[in-house]
Design a protein around this ligand. Structure first.
Ligand SMILES: [Zn+2]
Length: 133
């Protein structure tokens, strides 16, 4: 869970709070951060959901706090793994991702048989987020 920084050092994965417009706190955003030059980058896999969330907030948002992991399945898995201190183990994360996909597919079958279109759409969105990684 790291990448090379332009300065030559290694960027590590961290969960950070992003402040938008000085008012909105978005917690648990996965970013890469470099200890040498302090450069940081939002994880490419979660960027579409972060920009989507910011787009929804508009130009003059109210003071509020979001948990980004409630918006993005992958961030949610990272938060779980982070709390278990298993982030350094890529196999554990991969296993969790697979388990989560299985669970979502099982729920999707239930939503489908219940004819719940809104639920199906929500589950579909979550599955797409996980398949991006
Ligand atoms: Zn750097």
């Amino acid at each position: 869970m790291h990448k090379r920084c332009p300065c030559g050092d290694v960027m590590l994965m961290k969960l950070r709070t992003v402040i938008y417009s000085g008012k909105v706190e978005i917690d648990n955003v996965p970013i890469y951060s470099c200890q040498s030059c302090n450069r940081s980058e939002v994880f490419p896999e979660v960027k579409p959901d972060l920009t989507g969330l910011i787009g929804k907030l508009g130009n003059r948002p109210e003071k509020q706090t979001y948990l980004f992991n409630e918006w993005n399945e992958w961030a949610d898995l990272l938060v779980e793994a982070y709390h278990d201190r298993k982030l350094s183990d890529p196999d554990a994360l991969k296993r969790r991702t697979e388990e989560r996909i299985d669970m979502l597919l099982a729920l999707y079958a239930i939503a489908q048989s219940a004819g719940d279109n809104a639920w199906m759409a929500d589950l579909h969105k979550r599955l797409i987020q996980l398949s991006r990684t």
